[in-house]
Design a protein around this ligand. Structure first.
Ligand code: TYD
Length: 212
């Protein structure tokens, strides 16, 4: 039995996940909880090397299948070398993106079957799922405005895909959240950082109450 908790943040581009993941990690640390804050793709040396291949691909880039395999390989290394050891040591792991990003981007938007992606995850990572997933949602307009100020117009290979692709990503996240209400919490990320953080903390407290 794992002693820690595994919490993931998901959402489209510019939703503010990374900031919310950091704010949650800080709040947990203040409660005296040992926290490991990490992200995908990445989190270990090997997975960070795969991240560079994915976000700045050589040649013509990857098709959805090759991309899914690379994300799954990065995730396998990240879980085996970082996430699982941290959980076994009783730490809480807060991860910026995880499996549900593969299901939304390579699955819903890239056209791969969800069952195939789950099978890849089973092969690579024993099918480990988060205890709790925060889906941070904002409108298209807010996301584009945040991205414009963050990236100054520079986009990586996945972020730069067209509007239809990103709409499908958002739809798939919503569907996944509806299919698994026991672990997903949808959070409206359109307010201030502290308003969004407040919603995250309230949902976490409710979740912890239910576990008791
Ligand atoms: P990142 O710069 O971390 O994006 P963000 O700041 O929006 O979280 O880049 C990660 C990109 O990789 C992002 O466009 C989403 C994509 N991605 C997938 O397509 N599949 C996956 O499984 C994961 C983890 C990320």
């Amino acid at each position: 039995m794992m002693a820690g908790r595994f919490i993931t943040f998901e959402g489209g581009e510019g939703a503010g996940k990374s900031t919310q993941a950091r704010l949650l990690a800080e709040a947990l640390a203040e409660r005296g909880i040992q926290v490991e804050l990490t992200r995908e793709p990445g989190g270990t040396a090997g997975a960070e090397a795969i991240r560079a291949l994915l976000l700045d691909p050589p040649g013509d880039g990857w098709d959805a299948r090759a991309e899914a395999l690379l994300f799954a390989a990065a995730r396998a290394d990240h879980l085996a070398r970082r996430i699982v050891p941290a959980l076994e040591a009783g730490k809480w792991v807060v991860c910026d993106r995880f499996l549900d990003s593969s299901r939304a981007y390579q699955g819903g938007a890239g056209g791969l079957d969800d069952a195939d992606l789950m099978e890849l995850h089973r092969i690579g990572s024993g099918g480990i799922l988060p205890d709790m997933t925060f889906l941070i949602e904002v409108s298209e307009d807010i996301a584009s405005a945040r991205l414009a100020s963050r990236d100054q117009g520079r986009m990586d290979a996945i972020e730069g895909r067209d509007r239809t692709y990103h709409e499908k990503v958002g739809e798939t996240f919503r569907r996944l959240a509806m299919q698994a209400p026991e672990r997903f919490v949808r959070i409206d990320g359109s307010g201030s950082l502290s308003q969004t953080h407040g919603q995250v903390m309230a949902a976490l407290n409710r979740f912890e109450e239910l576990q008791r």
